[in-house]
Each structure stands twice: as C-alpha cells, then as structure tokens.
Design a protein around this ligand. Structure first.
Ligand code: 9W4
Length: 417
C-alpha cells in the first residue's frame, strides 16, 4: 500500500472523528448522495494538497463516492491530524502527510501525489499548482483544471494569470460568497474565542475586549464577544471599516488609547506590529494578548521580551510575561493563530459550505474544463446560491421566491423603463 503517515493504529480514532464531522456536514452528505448514481467524477484522478482534517476527510470520501480516484498531501506540516491521515490510509487512499513533517518531506509528499498523474488538482495555498508549473510541466497536458481554497493562493494565481503563465484553468473557490463570507466571519469569530477560552478559561462577560481590525474576522469576533457580554473596542486604519464598526454599535479608537483599558486584546489585521512596546507599556496588570490574523507578526514579541524580566508557561498556550515594573501580561499561543493553535479552527458546519464549493467546482471542471481558457475563474453565482439554498433547507429554513411577474418587473426596471 502506498502511503506515508505517522501511525496506522490511529485509524479507529480518526474514523470516529470523521463520523462526527459527517454528522455536522449535511450539504456534503446530501451532495454525496445526489451524485452517487451519476458518478460525475468517474475517470478523474484528483491530486489534493489540503489540511488533513476531519472535514477534509469528508470531502475526500465524497470525491471517491462520486467516482474520483484521489491522492492526498497536507498543505501545512502543522495542520495534519495524524488520526485522520491514518483513517484515510486504512481506506486505501494514497496519503502522504504527518504532523510536524519537515519542509523537505512536505515537498517530497507533493512530488508523491503528482506521481499519480492527476487530471484535476485541488489546492490550499497553490503549492501543488506551482509544483506542476515549475517542475512537472508535462503533467499539465493531462490536467483539465484545478481549484484553490485560500485568499493567498487565489491572489498568487491571479498574478500568474495576468502574466499569461497558467497552464490550466483554475476555479477560485475562496472567492465564493458561501466560502469567504462565512468561514472567516462565523468560523474564525467563534473559534478564536474558543482558543481564548481553552487557554485561559476566563469569563468574557464584563471584559473590555480590544479587537484590532474590523475585516471579516474582526467583525465576527466582535459580534460573538459582544454576545457573551463583553464591552468591545475596535481599532482600525481603514475609515470605511471603522465607520461600519461605529454603526454596528462598537467604540472605535486608536490602539494608543485602547491599550490602557483593554482586558483582552485580539489582533485580526494581517499587518505586523499592531501591539508594540508603547502599547505594552500602557497595559493593565493581567492583560491578555493574542492573535488570530494569518501572520504571527501582529504582536511584537521581541518588544514584550525586552520589557520582561521573566516568563513562564502557566497553562497550555498561555505564557505569563512578568515585566520589569512588576505588571504581568499573558500571551496566548505564542502570538500564532489562537483559533488553530489553541482550538480546532473552523467548525465543521462552516467547512461544509467551503468544501461544497470545492466539490461542485471539481464537478464543473471535470465537465467543462476542456472548453475553458487557462485563466482564473470566479465561482458562478448559481453555484453559490445553490449551496446557500441547500444549507438553508437542510437547516430547516424556507425562503420566498420571485413570481414570473416579479422577475419581469425586475428585468424591465434594470432596462430603465
Ligand atoms: N492549522 C494549523 C494548526 C496548528 C498550527 C509554529 C508551532 C488552516 C485551515 C484549516 O493552518 C491550519 N500550529 C502552528 S501553525 C498551525 C496551523 N504552529 C506554528 O509553531 C505551532 C489550518 C481548514 N479547516 C478548519 O479550519 C477546520 N477544518 C479544516 O479543514 C485547517 C487547519
């Protein structure tokens, strides 16, 4: 059997976790059922490079159930769940991923997955696509399309498209509304607080929570923390986002002013040096600081170290910095993404929609990829709407439909009559 994972004996635990995720991913399970007769991915060989999690396993097993052969690698050496990798290996799936693999092993795994000579690629961060384009260009002749899961991946692929360098069409899954408007807002919003709670077990009610950045993540976070009874302060550099925060009922101020009153600081900006020495200087004794933005440079830990005379880990993902003036500041998850390091990332219910976009995009590419240009394609509005429609229906909600008269009224209106 061709796989390389940590320990096949973890398969039973992995299977239980996958079963749990299945029970939370109704859209995926419905699509699995719906397409199982038709087998729209029959004859397709899908190479995947995506976080090996219980939700990804539901996607992988759905791809197989509707006809595809797959070969899999993880897209981050630190995101692989070894029990899930074991469960997939036990099912006979070629998978090359284990927690803590080295950079060399990571690229070895990508090579391994490409040995399979795929007809479709599925990426998170575009490593697979880049490897095909730089190292195995001959493989591109057989590849009819690829999908990309993340903002950064799509950004890099659009640059390749602009330079005319793409060798096959790409579906920008990230840009679907049912993906990006949900996972970052509701997924990160909740899982960030989950990470804070697991590492501290503090009560949120009554706390002054300072959130840096009012993008998708900051917005979801503010709503959730507010719902738990926190008093929210938003810091921003973008006037439109700041205005939205004000109109959503939150206080907005400069970090220099917020620093002295916050009990809990959460950075969600994607920018570096959001919390630096002059902010730590003003913080209250006992302040907690953490980051949920993509890069771990939002909190300047060198500055914090410099101000401190000692530090010690009090709980998992919770370090106490004792400052030279006697104050204590608590840093969670070493300033890395607290929702992934101290909690479990997006809940399965949100991944349900992101991965439904992956699934439908791959089905579309399998059918139409040969007729498409070698460009980055947005997810069609109908696909987005069909996923939202299905999610709503499976959650037990019903919505109205325009009558034919209303549709022609709308069309006539748009024509300017
Ligand atoms: N995970 C991750 C986990 C731990 C971790 C260096 C040690 C992203 C999306 C999904 O990136 C992911 N620990 C790190 S980096 C890191 C990254 N470090 C840094 O020092 C600690 C990740 C998508 N997703 C969900 O959110 C839920 N199911 C999914 O498939 C998964 C993982």
């Amino acid at each position: 059997m061709d796989y390389k994972i940590k320990d096949i004996n973890l398969a039973e635990q992995g299977r239980k976790n996958i079963d749990w995720a299945e029970s939370r991913m109704p859209v995926m399970m419905e699509l699995r059922q719906r397409f199982s007769k038709e087998q729209p991915l029959k004859g397709q060989k899908i190479a995947g490079c995506l976080h090996v999690t219980k939700e990804t396993a539901v996607l992988v097993e759905t791809l197989i159930a509707i006809g595809a052969e797959v070969s899999w690698s993880g897209c981050n050496p630190l995101s692989t769940k070894d029990d899930i990798a074991a469960a997939l290996a036990k099912e006979g799936i070629p998978i090359f991923a284990w927690y803590g693999m080295s950079t060399e092993e990571f690229y070895w795994a990508i090579d391994k997955v490409l040995e399979f000579k795929p007809t479709l690629t599925l990426d998170d961060g575009a490593d697979l696509i880049f490897t095909v384009h730089s190292k195995y260009q001959e493989l591109a002749k057989e590849i009819i399309g690829g999908t990309e899961e993340t903002t950064t991946g799509v950004h890099r692929l659009r640059a390749m498209d602009d330079a005319g360098k793409l060798l096959y069409p790409i579906a920008a899954v990230n840009d679907a509304e049912t993906k990006s408007d949900f996972d970052n807002v509701y997924g990160t919003g909740q899982s960030t607080l989950d990470g804070v709670l697991r590492s501290t077990n503090i009560i949120i009610a009554g706390k002054i929570v300072v959130i840096a950045g009012y993008g998708h993540c900051g917005k979801g976070l503010a709503k959730n923390a507010s719902g738990l009874g926190a008093d929210i302060i938003i810091t921003e550099v973008n006037p439109i986002q700041a205005l939205k925060a004000v109109m959503d009922g939150f206080r907005v101020m400069k970090m220099d002013a917020a620093a002295e009153s916050g009990d809990l600081f959460i950075t969600a900006t994607g920018m570096k040096d959001i919390l630096v020495k002059r902010h730590f200087d003003k913080m209250k004794d006992g302040a907690i600081v953490c980051n949920t933005g993509h890069y771990d440079a939002e909190i300047n830990i060198d500055d914090l170290e410099e101000l401190s005379k000692e530090k010690r880990e009090l709980r998992a993902n919770n370090e106490e910095y004792r400052l030279k003036d006697g104050r204590r500041i608590y840093l969670l998850a070493k300033g890395r993404l607290v929702n992934l390091s101290a909690a479990e990332g997006h809940p399965s219910e949100v991944m349900d929609m992101s991965f439904a976009n992956q699934l439908l995009s791959l089905i579309y590419l399998a059918k139409e990829g040969k007729n498409l240009e070698k460009k980055v394609y947005d997810i069609p509005q109908e696909q987005d709407e069909s996923i939202a429609e299905l999610k709503l229906a499976l959650m037990g909600h019903k919505i109205d439909k325009l009558t034919p008269e209303q549709i022609s009224y709308k069309d006539a209106y748009f024509e300017g009559t």
